[in-house]
Design a protein around this ligand. Structure first.
Ligand code: IDP
Ligand code: MG
Length: 151
């Protein structure tokens, strides 16, 4: 078992539906430790860097609009970013978050409880969580400065 850190983003569909507290409640009750938290303005550049590996997907431009809050009318593109730490945090939190497709996500998971597929086909799945160690390290570096992580 290894202590790991993982990046969480509360996505704009969760923000407008006032689900932030519920999502944090689930993360807290899973026993992981919040080690960083910040409200960030999601620039176009940050959004594109975060989802760089998906740039050839047909849903990419909608995904950029989604994470920037454009689809949900979020003012100033603001999004809550968090880092959680704990034993096997990356895979354990992914399990708690559930499948990418909210229709396939187990109902007990965060995405299974709160996610939906829009008529435009985008998966609105309320939360981002890093998928693996490589992604986690890259994403945490992208969203946070080293001295913003408190351990
Ligand atoms: P993940 O968020 O579970 O890691 P990724 O494949 O990294 O999934 O995709 C990033 C985000 O892009 C998803 O969370 C979802 O919002 C959106 N997305 C992924 N695949 C699809 C798809 O097939 N259709 C529509 N939206 C998708
Ligand atoms: Mg991913």
């Amino acid at each position: 078992m290894a202590r790991e850190k993982t990046l969480i983003l509360i996505k704009p569909d969760a923000t407008i539906r006032k689900l932030t507290g519920l999502i944090i409640d689930r993360l807290e009750n899973s026993g992981f430790e919040m080690v960083a938290a910040k409200l960030i303005k999601v620039t176009d550049d940050l959004a594109r860097k975060h989802y760089d590996s998906l740039k050839n997907q047909p849903f990419f431009e909608n995904l950029i609009k989604y994470i920037k809050g454009e689809l949900h009318g979020i003012k100033n593109n603001k999004i809550l970013a968090l880092v959680y730490s704990g034993e096997n945090a990356i895979s354990e939190i992914r399990r708690l978050v559930g499948s990418t497709n909210p229709e396939e996500a187990d109902p007990s998971t965060i995405r299974g409880s709160f996610g939906r597929i829009t008529t435009k086909g985008l998966f609105e799945n309320v939360i981002h969580a890093s998928a693996n160690k490589e992604d986690a390290e890259r994403e945490i570096r992208l969203w946070f400065k080293e001295d913003e992580i408190i351990e």
